[in-house]
Design a protein around this ligand. Structure first.
Ligand SMILES: [Zn+2]
Length: 349
């Protein structure tokens, strides 16, 4: 069993949908119905904090029924949905309610939501927080969809103090120059920052320096940046198109080393599906193909495959894909570890 104290032989007792105890085999409660997993590893459910479910509005791309079925098949017991690619985007309370209703009808695993920061919606952020969003997401470059415009420094100067007051994190799509600006604003406003899907290892020194100064900033990368390398992608292979793009082999290895050094905190899928027709499979045209890789069901297997050959253990996997994502979404007391009091199964608190 992969527990916060390490990998060990153990018995987990579950009662009323919660973990009642985790004990050594000789101290386990007797005479109960039980399941012996033999030599299989028992991990906490994966908490994937970067998932694009496109319902309502683009349900044919991916709705809650299909996304959460893929999640369950891939060991993901909780996903946090991104505020864009659905219509409307989750940028105000009414849009959040539409998302919650759609998920409530169809979800097979637990679902939570990020809200969106776009130009002019600073006044809607408190309402979104009241509705239960775990934090906010913004883009500093075009997002790929018209209904989710990107923000600039002036918009962030309105939004970040509000987000700081709400005590929530701001998740940002950004590389290098944009990260430098965000770090400056985070220092000024006290807003907690999370850099999503880092693909460029060159931004790491700047983040290391910010953390050394005590700034609250965390970093994620994705299974595709840890698995693929630009040199290995055939010409015109548009299924590999994603944003930011997949870099070279050397960068891939630097991302693994950053995980080892604790400079990248967590791995989330950035699951962003679309119909095959949007991938320009026949023309192989990278300029018209949708940028997104669908990996919710495969993240655990892909990351473990790469982790294992580089000498990492299951406890590393549980940190990157369970405990730290749960902490980012402030779900630490409920999800992300096998420990007494936490919820192994679906259900609201
Ligand atoms: Zn994304």
């Amino acid at each position: 069993m992969v527990t916060p104290e390490g990998v060990r032989d153990a018995v987990v007792a579950v009662a009323d949908g919660r973990i009642a105890s985790v004990s050594a085999p000789e101290e386990a409660p007797r005479g109960r119905a039980h399941l012996d997993l033999g030599s299989l590893a028992l991990l906490p459910g994966i908490v994937d904090t970067h998932v694009h479910v496109n319902e309502p509005g683009r349900t044919e791309w991916e709705g809650f029924a299909t996304a959460t079925a893929a999640a369950a098949a891939g060991g993901v017991t909780m996903l946090v949905d991104m505020p864009l690619n659905s219509i409307p985007a989750t940028v105000d309370r009414a849009a959040l309610e539409a998302k919650v209703a759609a998920a409530g009808r169809a979800a097979r695993v637990d679902v939570a939501f990020w809200g969106g920061v776009i130009p002019g919606n600073a006044g809607a952020l408190a309402g979104l927080a009241e509705g239960g969003v775990r934090g906010f997401k913004c883009f500093l470059a075009p997002s790929g969809v018209d209904e989710f415009p990107h923000v600039g420094e002036r918009d962030l100067r309105e939004a970040m103090p509000v987000i700081a007051t709400l005590g929530l994190p701001l998740l940002a799509t950004a590389e290098e120059q944009a990260i430098a600006m965000l770090l400056r604003l985070a220092t000024e406003t006290g807003c907690r920052l999370h850099i999503v899907h880092l693909a460029a290892a060159s931004a790491l020194p700047m983040l290391r320096e910010a953390r050394a100064r005590g700034l609250a900033v965390t970093v994620e990368t994705c299974p595709h940046y840890l698995t693929f390398a630009a040199e290995e992608i055939p010409d015109g292979a548009t299924p590999f198109k994603c944003a930011p793009p997949i870099r070279d082999r050397e960068t891939r290895e630097r991302l693994w080393e950053a995980l080892r050094a604790g400079e990248i905190d967590l791995v989330a899928s950035d699951h962003s599906p679309c119909p095959p027709s949007a991938k320009a499979l026949e023309s192989g045209d990278f300029f018209t193909a949708w940028g997104g890789i669908a990996s919710l069901e495969l993240s655990l297997a892909a990351v473990w495959t790469g982790a294992r050959v580089r000498g990492f253990g299951l406890e590393d996997l549980a940190l990157w894909m369970c405990a730290r994502p749960a902490a980012l979404a402030r779900l630490g007391g409920r999800k992300g570890a096998i420990a007494a009091g936490l919820r192994p199964t679906r259900g609201a608190d």
